[in-house]
Write a protein that binds this ligand. Sequence first.
Ligand SMILES: NC(=O)c1ccc[n+]([C@@H]2O[C@H](COP(=O)([O-])OP(=O)(O)OC[C@H]3O[C@@H](n4cnc5c(N)ncnc54)[C@H](OP(=O)(O)O)[C@@H]3O)[C@@H](O)[C@H]2O)c1
Length: 340
Amino acid sequence: MTKKLPNLAVLGATGVVGREILNILEENKVEYNSIKFLASKRSAGSTIDFKGEKHTVIEAADNVFDDVDICLASAGGETSKRFAPIAAKKGCVFIDNSSAFRMDKDVPLVIAGVNDEDLKNHKGIIANPNCSTSQLMLPLKALDEKYKVKRLIVSTYQAVSGAGLKAINELTDNIKTNLVGMPYEPSAFKYEIAFNVIPQIDVFCDNGYTKEEMKVTNETRKILHFDESVKISCTAVRVPVYIGHSEAVSVEFEKPVDEKEARELLKNTWGVEVRDDVTTYTYPTPKDAAGKNPVYVGRIRKSIAFDNGLEFFCVADNLRIGAALNTVRLAQKVIEMELY
Ligand SMILES: NC(=O)c1ccc[n+]([C@@H]2O[C@H](COP(=O)([O-])OP(=O)(O)OC[C@H]3O[C@@H](n4cnc5c(N)ncnc54)[C@H](OP(=O)(O)O)[C@@H]3O)[C@@H](O)[C@H]2O)c1
């Protein structure tokens, strides 16, 4: 017997990621029995347009999860820490966008289409990986299956929308202020982001890497079930782009890799779109990726730095695959696999 359609809740429904979750729930025609729109006290009572109708935003509180089967959450780590255990106890599957539970051994960290089987081990909470890790998983899984990853070096060029609404507004204000020759006092970033790049995302760890960079290392290992012998290093940089993270990726494999064969493999990988022809200057850029679902891959070439090495450039909409799209896909998997 198939299960009845789930009761859904979107926690953080008024935020940058939350609004994108609503767009994708509609686009993907996700079926449900009921849906609730949750935020903080600040937005409670305001209305949200969804599927052509106005809905009232409800303040998140323990009792709102009583009749919720699946919660799609993007309301920050503290909010998730507060509500996820309560929701899970009430039988709700809490799909979390924050970093609060990602490395918890009892919480599956999943990219839909990459490690769906891990969902079966959930105990009420499922974590959505960090945006810079997320976009790399689809191409990397396909390449790993064929050539086996030995070493991975990633340099990111991350859009300001990854830091929320305040950061988006700061880029605009900073550009406008600079264009009339005025100095700008940044607050969302440590330095001015307009006409600049900032080699720091999140706080520094004891080893000199930032937390964002260590997320790429640790989350990649957890999702692809890599052991400690696979070496992973990342440099994460914020750039003055609104939407779309880019990554320059160098991979060393155990087995010899053929550039043409790797390109064909990626062309046939679900969720990946190859844009790669230097003779026609074809390669992905964040402007092309914004608002789209695929992870775009280009500049595929054999590495001259590593034996058995491959280099590529990978671009995706950070608000989609890096957050809202994967959250909705995870909810769809939970429904399909009857895991609620
Ligand atoms: N932006 C990205 O690319 C991205 C990518 C991956 C993961 N994430 C994660 O997703 C989360 C949200 O990011 P965002 O960029 O969407 O932030 P945002 O635009 O600042 O939105 C935050 C949302 O959380 C709600 N909220 C805040 N405190 C709350 C509380 N105590 N109780 C209930 N709701 C509360 C806010 O509601 P009000 O309207 O009431 O303030 C708002 O709906 C963060 O954990 C972030 O790390 C973001």
